[in-house]
Design a protein around this ligand. Structure first.
Ligand SMILES: Cc1cc2nc3c(=O)[nH]c(=O)nc-3n(C[C@H](O)[C@H](O)[C@H](O)COP(=O)(O)OP(=O)(O)OC[C@H]3O[C@@H](n4cnc5c(N)ncnc54)[C@H](O)[C@@H]3O)c2cc1C
Ligand SMILES: NC(=O)c1ccc[n+]([C@@H]2O[C@H](COP(=O)([O-])OP(=O)(O)OC[C@H]3O[C@@H](n4cnc5c(N)ncnc54)[C@H](O)[C@@H]3O)[C@@H](O)[C@H]2O)c1
Length: 491
């Protein structure tokens, strides 16, 4: 065991989005920083998450599976093209997350698995490191539910699905969250037969009306969705391996054949074996590190960000939270993270949401613009969808949902409105370009702002203003000898 006498300002454990943003921010602020990564810097987002999944979706959009014009892209060569496209996207983004880029930003990168051994001390594969403060950014990993026979079946998760060299012919997906929906649709569009078995409904966090639109989109692409079921067991004729044919049984007795089973039934934090107990860091029942709004853990000088915490698993949140955590740590300030968190599921159509998505009191009102009334959607013949706002009695926008093409782009403006506590009058007063999809957001705001005109006080003030203006205009025109006043005033 080797011990360094240097005490570093910040030890960052994990080199995913949270670790990279945390380490580079702290270094920029002038701290001495060591980042430890046991595998590859870049983390889930780059290697097995956002980047490959969004590239897969983009590649599949051109294929359009059983229902689309282009027909199935089931040939091995087509799938290898898809794989190449994914590898290419990763390789183009990877340099930004590389050890070289981190080193250039002033961060010392160590390869190895870190473990805390006591206050201010950690071990990296046997070497002792001493630190003043630490950021825990070890992320999370897929949960494998306890289903009899699953361990002997040809199972992939979001970590291993990228290793498939052939397009599955019969893919059964266990789960119905964003991973299941995005990958399920992409594989169906590429030509795989896809069955999705979900214990809840799909996308349980989203507005049910929006989910209806997404569900119809998935079904149109050939995804067979069965919700509210329990997967009881899996039997496999061969012993794992790519040739294995499994049957997945659900609680009503039906079985579904699969050459590949994608388990996308939630994720769990990576906190086992980290030695957090030696520091007195509190974990929740699932093992997430508990953090407050300043990203402090229960142990002084230990901070955490990203999927390892109880906050939602999003790359944007991992980055923003890590930046807040290390700024607080290094500068001794007390910044808090915003509670306004947009999210997007990149199915076709996309569903995006921010803030509250349902009225929470009788004073909250809902404004919905169906995309059948949005001219851009009509011109593109993609009218399935809507833009919905939740508004308080003072007209402030509390949140909303957009489902339809490019919903993920519209939600940025909605997030700004929620974050800045803007009213529908504020939004209505901003000219939006025509015809765009976020024109629907503008229409919803205008429709709501107009309703304030119907309030008795506003109505009476407007009537008075109109009468006054009519009188002024008549008087001015008489003065200039261009009498346009009606012969009998309606005043
Ligand atoms: C299929 C899929 C699609 C996704 N799509 C999106 C999306 O479109 N948009 C979005 O916002 N989010 C998306 N996500 C979620 C997003 O990927 C994560 O929220 C994000 O990557 C979390 O970053 P992180 O830094 O917290 O963790 P990670 O990226 O998991 O990084 C943690 C790192 O810590 C390392 N590590 C763990 N333990 C140790 C240790 N003891 N010592 C040293 N190193 C250690 C790991 O090797 C890993 O590299 C997706 C996720 C998946 C799986
Ligand atoms: N576009 C994005 O931003 C994006 C994309 C992918 C993943 N992510 C992040 O990763 C997280 C994890 O995604 P996820 O899709 O794995 O999980 P999830 O926790 O969001 O959803 C899990 C789903 O699986 C179902 N399920 C759980 N156990 C089951 C079982 N035994 N049988 C059948 N169904 C079961 C649940 O009912 C739920 O529908 C997401 O919540 C999200 O934060 C984000």
């Amino acid at each position: 065991m080797r011990t360094s006498n240097d005490v570093i300002d910040l030890l960052v454990v994990g080199g995913g989005t949270a670790g990279i943003v945390g380490a580079t921010t702290a270094s920029r602020l002038g701290a001495s920083v060591v980042l430890v990564e046991r595998d590859r810097t870049g983390g889930d987002c780059l290697w097995t998450g956002c980047v490959p999944s969004k590239t897969l979706l983009a590649a599949a959009a051109g294929a359009s599976g059983p229902a689309g014009a282009a027909g199935p892209a089931s040939g091995g060569s087509d799938f290898s093209t898809v794989r190449e496209r994914i590898a290419d996207a990763i390789s183009r983004i990877e340099p930004e997350d590389s050890p070289a880029a981190l080193t250039a930003a002033g961060v010392t990168v160590r390869h190895g698995a870190a473990r805390f051994t006591g206050p201010g001390r950690a071990e990296i594969d046997g070497d002792v490191v001493r630190f003043r403060q630490a950021l825990v950014a070890t992320g999370g990993e897929p949960v494998l539910p306890l289903i009899p026979g699953l361990d002997a079946a040809p199972v992939v998760t979001s970590e291993t699905v990228w290793d498939l060299t052939e397009l599955p012919r019969r893919l059964v997906i266990i789960g119905g969250g964003p991973i299941a929906c995005e990958l399920g649709q992409a594989f169906a569009r590429l030509g795989a037969g896809v069955v999705m078995l979900v214990s809840s409904r799909i996308l349980p966090r989203e507005d049910p009306d929006a989910v209806d639109v997404v569900r119809a989109g998935l079904a149109r692409d050939g995804v067979h969705i069965i919700e509210g079921v329990t997967v009881e067991g899996v039997t496999t004729s061969a012993d794992g391996g790519p040739e294995a044919v499994s049957r997945v049984q659900i609680d009503d007795g039906r079985t579904f054949a699969a050459d590949t089973i994608l388990v996308a039934a939630g994720r769990k934090p990576r906190t086992d074996g980290l030695g957090l107990e030696s520091l007195g860091v509190d974990l929740d029942e699932q093992g997430h590190v508990r953090v407050d709004a300043m990203m402090r853990t229960s142990s002084p000088m230990i901070w955490a960000a990203g999927d390892v915490t109880q906050n939602p698993d999003f790359t944007h949140l991992a980055g923003v939270h890590a930046s807040t955590a290390v700024s607080n740590a290094v500068l001794g300030v007390r910044g808090s993270v915003s509670r306004t968190v947009p999210r997007v599921t990149y199915t076709s159509p996309e569903v995006a949401a921010v803030g509250i998505t349902r009225p929470e009191t009788s004073h909250h009102r809902v404004r919905t613009i169906e995309h059948a009334h949005a001219d851009r959607a009509i011109t593109e013949d993609r009218i399935a969808g809507f833009t919905r706002l939740i508004i308080d009695r003072r007209g402030r926008i509390l949140g909303g949902t957009v489902v339809g093409p490019r919903a993920g782009e519209t939600v940025g403006e909605l997030a700004l409105a929620v974050h800045q506590k803007l009213t529908t009058r504020d939004l209505a007063g901003v000219t939006h370009a025509y015809p765009t999809y976020n024109d629907a957001l503008w229409q919803a705001a205008i429709a709501d702002a107009y309703t304030t005109l119907d309030r008795p006080l506003v109505r009476s003030a407007l009537t008075t203003l109109v009468r006054l203006t009519r009188w002024r205009v008549s008087r001015a025109s008489r003065h200039h000898g261009t009498d346009i006043a009606p012969t009998r005033s309606r005043l």
